[in-house]
Design a protein around this ligand. Sequence first.
Ligand SMILES: [Zn+2]
Length: 163
Amino acid sequence: MRAAELTAYHEAGHVVVAWHFGLLGSRDATILKGKDGSLGHAHVNFGGRIPRRVLREGRVKNERQRQIIERQVILSLAGFQAERMFNNCARRSKSCGSDDPEVIELLELIVWDEEEMGHYVDFLETRTRNILRRYWPEVRAVARALLVQKRLSRAEILKVVLH
Ligand SMILES: [Zn+2]
């Protein structure tokens, strides 16, 4: 049960933060997989792409691109952060808990050096935790529904979140 609970909170973290940003996947389901429910998947919409030219040139061009990157990083951090908060694990590790390190690397399009990168990742981790804290009852409700149903459609997620 423990593994499934952790996974449920992990996926609920992604889902509730996506909902907060208006980026819940439009037609997909969020599911718990595996015999013991220790694998999960949440469909979220990333809310925009960074143009290839910008990736090549290595520098964002405008505020919108910066916002897209920040939201992608926060969405990516939300799973592990929710898991940690559920587990009451306050320890801060230097390796930041993200599903997708490449998403974190997108921050290189914004920052100037390693010092800024460290602060920026810290800031986004704090922001992620604050969003999760603000919506913790919703995170818990989604996680519990996921544990019971194993699979939640967008409509079911909205029903749970908006109770
Ligand atoms: Zn995840």
